[in-house]
Structures are given as C-alpha cells and as structure tokens.
Design a protein around this ligand. Structure first.
Ligand SMILES: [Zn+2]
Length: 360
C-alpha cells in the first residue's frame, strides 16, 4: 500500500508540474490586434465600375488577415465586424479601446475621380485633412444624429481637422504607428507588386480616437479598372492579407523584445532597492565647503563626506535607480564635467570594486 501511495504521489507530481517554459508563456499577456474592416451594411464605401464594393474587399482582406494572425502564438485577434453589417465609425475606435488593444488596423479601399489613380497607401494619424480622410470620415453622416454624436465635427470641412490639433494629441503613439506603416507599405509592394503610393498622415476618425498605435491601409483603387479586377480575386486578397500579417508579426516581435528588456530592468531595479542600493552624483572633492556654496551652482544643497581633515567630498541628489542617476548625471555634468555616479548601500559609500555591478 505504501508503495502504491508513493507511485501515486510521483504521478500526481508529474502531472501537476508544468514545464517552466509553458508556465512562462501562459503568464504573458496576449498581444491584442483589432482588425477593422472599413464600412459594411448600408455603408458600402467606394465601388468600382464593375460593381465591386469596397466593404466586401475590406471584409475579405480583414478575415484573411485575422485567420493568419490567429495561428500565431500569443496573439489575440478581435474584429470590429466579421460580417456585412453597419458599424458606426466611433464604435470602431471605442471597441479597440475597450479591449485594450495593442494595435489597431483599419482596412479600406481607395477611390478617385481620376480612374488612372492606382496603388496602395498606408496612413497614420495627424490632425490634418486630405481627400481620403474626408471621404472615409464622411460615413458618419449615415448615422442618425451624427452631429450630436460627433460633437459638431464636420468631416468635409478642413477647419474641423485643424481644431483637432488643439485638443488631445495622438497619445504619443505616432512613432510606433509610423514604424508599422512603413513595414506594411514595404510588404505590400513586395507581395502584391501594386504601385506603392507611400505612407502618409491624415485625420482619420478611427485613428484619432483609438488609444493605441494604429494604421489605416488603403489596399488599392477600386475606381481603377485594372485594380478592381485585381481586388476581386481571392488570391490577390490573400497576398494583401499576408503582407499586412508579416508586418504585424515583425512589429509584435520587436514590441515583445522591448517589453521583456524593460521587465528585466524593472526587476533588477526592484532587487537593488530592496538591497538598499542608491545613487548620488559626486561632483567635487577638495577643501571643505559650505553645502550651499555658490560655486556648487545647481548642486545645492550638497551632501558632505569627510575623507581626511583637509579633504572633503560632495555629492548631489539621491536616486533609486541607475537610469535616474544617469539622467541626473547628465544635468550635473553641464556644470561639472568630471562628475560621476557614486553608489551607496543604505547610506554607506561602496568602494569602486563593490560599486561596479550596480553601474549598468
Ligand atoms: Zn473606406
């Protein structure tokens, strides 16, 4: 009986103990991508001479993109629409905000009066208008009471876009959004061979009101006869989806690397704080001074340390992390170019040798 119990305990132990790598992957928060197929339902978007509708192209590319991303580990895909339904413009951005998305990708198809216009464009947000942003934003007019809901924003007036500049900014994501935009733009050219119209910035409502990095992709011109033919094909839509997919995966990998490095730093900082490590900037050694001495410039009040009867050392500031200490050092070095970071443990100065592991 005793033997059976031991075997059972071992078995239970084996079953319950998950490999470390699996446990770590599970604890990672998924990278949430919101895919926004532009238009839908009564809002058909642009349409081609041969009656191909923008809303159908957008949805097909969105679903294909989602299917590719869903196969990736640690990516969660959410759709503002998966069928041919009308979704109000503002709900799209709010949907992404509600789900704390890491990325917002809006898919559209372009149209122009000049039927020769062709190619792909990728947009990030800026508070300025252009004809594409005006046309895409104008779908809000299909909503009842849109004037009240969109607080008087007139999608056809460039004045409205200028006003945006005065309210909230772009939430500080423009760098990341542009990085993704240029990656998508490159991939689209590589995989579809369509003319590359480059990356641009304009005032798209969905990008303005989504609080995360985001792009709006115009996958081609439905108003161009040749491109309409291209966009109708399933194989073309696959290429378009695959191009955006590649760029998103590259972006996510970069993002996760950065996040992991940051997490490591935060952990290292916490360990140092627990160990009583802190940093001060040493900027003067010599005869004794007043801690508020005029020649100490911005480094007052300083902290005084006595080395010998004639020799004193002065430091400035007290920082908990090496990163903060480096920032402070840069400021102090404007006045004292030979200043350096001194490491302390619970108020006691560490020797050069002891300090070394904490100076990185
Ligand atoms: Zn559109």
């Amino acid at each position: 009986m005793k033997q059976v119990l031991i075997i059972l305990t071992v078995l239970v132990g084996l079953v319950c103990q998950k490999p470390v790598a699996v446990a770590a992957a599970e604890s990672r928060k998924p990278f949430v991508v919101v895919i926004d197929a532009g238009h839908g339902g009564k809002d058909e978007g642009a349409s081609g001479k041969k009656k191909l509708k923008e809303k159908d192209i957008n949805l097909a590319v969105a679903l294909k993109l989602g299917a590719l991303l869903e196969k990736e580990k640690n990516i969660k895909v959410l759709y503002t629409r998966k069928t041919d339904v009308f979704v109000p413009l503002d709900d799209r951005a709010q949907f992404a905000n509600k789900h704390n998305a890491n990325l917002f990708i809006s898919i559209h198809t372009n149209s122009a009066e000049n039927h020769a216009a062709n190619g792909t464009e990728v947009y990030t947000f800026s508070p300025s208008s252009n004809t594409v942003a005006m046309r895409e934003n104008a779908v809000m007019e299909l909503e009842e009471n849109y004037k009240k809901k969109y607080e008087g924003f007139d999608p056809n007036s460039s004045e409205s876009y200028i006003q945006w500049d005065l309210v909230a900014g772009d939430f500080g994501f423009s760098g990341q959004s542009k990085e993704l935009a240029s990656s998508i733009s490159r991939q689209l050219t590589k995989q579809t061979g369509l003319y590359n119209r480059g990356i641009h910035q304009a005032g798209f409502w969905v990008l303005k009101y989504s609080n995360m990095p985001g792009v709006l992709v115009e996958v081609g011109y439905v108003s161009n006869l040749e491109e309409e033919k291209f966009l109708r094909k399933d194989s073309s839509r696959e290429k378009l989806a695959s191009a955006i997919y590649k760029a998103v995966v590259n972006y996510k990998n970069k993002y996760e690397k950065k996040a992991a490095a940051k997490e490591k730093d935060v952990k290292a900082d916490a360990e140092r704080i627990t160990a009583g490590i802190h940093y001060r900037i040493q900027f003067y050694t010599g005869a004794r001074k007043n801690i508020n001495a005029k020649e100490f410039k911005s480094c007052v009040p300083a902290t005084e340390y006595k080395i010998t009867e004639e020799r004193y050392t002065y430091t400035y500031g007290d920082e908990q992390t090496y990163a903060k200490a480096k920032e402070l050092l840069a400021k102090v070095q404007k006045d004292f170019k030979d200043a350096f970071i001194a490491v302390f443990k619970n108020g006691e100065r560490l020797s050069r040798e002891e300090a070394r592991p904490y100076l990185k």
